[in-house]
Design a protein around this ligand. Sequence first.
Ligand code: GCB
Length: 768
Amino acid sequence: MRKTIGMNEAWKFIRQDVEQAERKAFNDEHWQHVTIPHTWNAIDGANGYEYYQGACWYRKTFSVEPSCEGNRLFIEFQGSNSITDVYVNGQHLGQHKGGYATFRFDVTDVVTYGTANVLAVKVDNTVADDVYPQKADFTFYGGIYRDVNMVVTAPVHFDLMDYGSQGVYIVQEQVSKEKAKLNIKTIVVNDGGEEKKVNLWVDIYDANHQIVTYATKEVVLTAGESQTVELPCIIDNPTLWQGRKNPYMYSASLSLISFNDTIDALSIPFGVRYFHVDPEKGFFLNGEHLPLHGVSRHQDRKDMGWAISEKEQVEDMGYIREIGASSIRLAHYQHSQFFYDLCDQEGMVVWAEIPFISIMSQYELDGINAKQQMIELIRQNYNHPSIIFWGIQNEIQIGGERPEVRRLVRELNALTKKEDPTRLTTMANVLFVNEEDEYNRMTDVIGYNKYYGWYHGKAEDFAPWLDKFHRINPDVALCISEYGAEGIVQYHSADPKVKDYTEEYHALFHEIVWKTFAERPFLWATYVWNMFDFGANIRDEGGVKGRNNKGLVTYDRKIKKDAFYMYKAHWSDDKFVHITSKRHVDRAESSMCVKVYSNCKEVTLYINGIEFQTKISDDKVFIFEHVPLMEGMNEIRAVSAEDNDFYVDIAKFNKVDEPNPSYEAPVEEKGEEVQNWFQMPDLDGELEELHITDDVYSTRCTFKELFENEEAAAVLHQFLGESFRERPTYSMTQGFKIDTLAEMAPDHFTDKLLYALNRELTRINKNK
Ligand code: GCB
């Protein structure tokens, strides 16, 4: 019978490349003792300084019981970032490229039994041109950051070498309320030296462990043969997996039986459901409309990076459940099996994706690694009912217009549909992709990452854009795959503005945008960027280095920002009241405005124990104006009574003489949607007429194109400032034409600036 033996303990590690470290006889005495999950970037990955990216080594001694001889042995890595070379007793077993999927090596013929073996692993998180991601707004934490196991099987077993999957695919051929027609596809392997006859049994159990149905088949395998065996199975009157309402799970118990022995067995949880997306009405699960109230998640955590345990994942899910979300975009790569399992159990509808993000390789134009990661993602996660959407790219247009990018996106879509015709494909376009672009029709449904109200424009700009897109493409199912703003809980303002980084602007932004989305049921989903702050070492935002602070919850998961409660009020049925701006303690004004988020109908405010006002609201936001403050500490209490229960929240505000300067972010130009990084030109003398032709540079070119030419780059430096290219947001904009950015930010790219840029740029010939 199959045995899985944990191999997380007793590793030695060194944070550098070392020659001959793969050898069995090698002195690693002075190396550090570590336990898996491990990363070498737990601290330097999110502090804003350069983080270590390079090759490092892990070594471990292990023994295999003599009783295992005659079986097959596999070493399994559930996640190691990003290029991993595995050696046993000095022998190279292979290399895996990609930091997020499970992979295994067959070690049967290289281990010794009853004596010590040495496993040596080189892991390298340097960006390689043929491995995705190439560039992204998050830290690429290096290390073996998910579990390592040894799996021991009999010579005849369910395949473990099919792209890291379990070798079992429960295909939902047709599901309705009356019947779930399944085809259980298994890959059975005979690694033994002789022909073998086995019986394959599949028993389907319901959630109460009662058998529902079963199927069986005799399988004859010649020596060395791998066979795909299909077992059709029907569940009559199935209980459907109905999202958060009823995430009903069955389980398939599979076994390979030879005479009286069960020689291999697996238990696979699954749920049955059907779904569709209507471009006018949104998402439907089992025929019922289900609004997908979504958040995105990255997998890292403060001081841990990606080396988290199940405990942190359960906590993350706890926050997502509490806010009342019904869907999660698991960005920007494959997450751990454990998390997809949690999504199944909680009834979260999932968008799962590969890290084909920002920029396509300049040299590897067939997309070999992107395709490999797509197949791994699908085959390893095929049986999760929560996954409904496969995401094939994120903002891959940032690298500029390249025909090979379009070709690869189309190929990835075709590959995904071939691997799994039962689910929907999707992708996240960068904001500047034109509404009429064919990118909007390559996948089954589409998403846009839009940052009105942060990188450009105002939060209110969502409404006209959404309506315009829908008018142009009434038959395209649209979602907002990302939207957000920075919110740093240190900063506060009674008059919040774009780019002030305050907790108040963050909350106000989400209030406005959520209202806009809620009024547009044609959106099939919306995903807040992001549920949690995360490590992005290239960033220096509002005085915080190495972080993206757009989360609704802080990186250490200790503080739920006000915006968290805004969504909770809309999405959750668990009653509460929440006074906002509680961290804005010191107030220099003699009266203030108190804003309360609540999903109760009525909220009463008490000031220093005295009843002030009662407000009734349907839109979850209760605003109490002119709340008087006495000198010193004031206690504000918000109370709601509903269904015989009381809900209370308390805040304390300190009336002071002078505003507290620590509430202000050390950034200039608050209220500006694009930072004013450029020099306004002096236009002396007569204005000459400019001729913009294809052979010269101009503002019709993308930033990327311009920066690639030394002279054009010098012009940009002159007008946009030296540091323009180093800005974290540059990676977002390099595929933009200057004219496109100018349309979005006309106040900054004035006609005068555009004229001056063109006057200089058109003097440079592209072919020179
Ligand atoms: C995006 C990216 C995401 C970034 C986000 C941001 O569009 O897809 O990876 O983190 O913007 O915050 O800028």
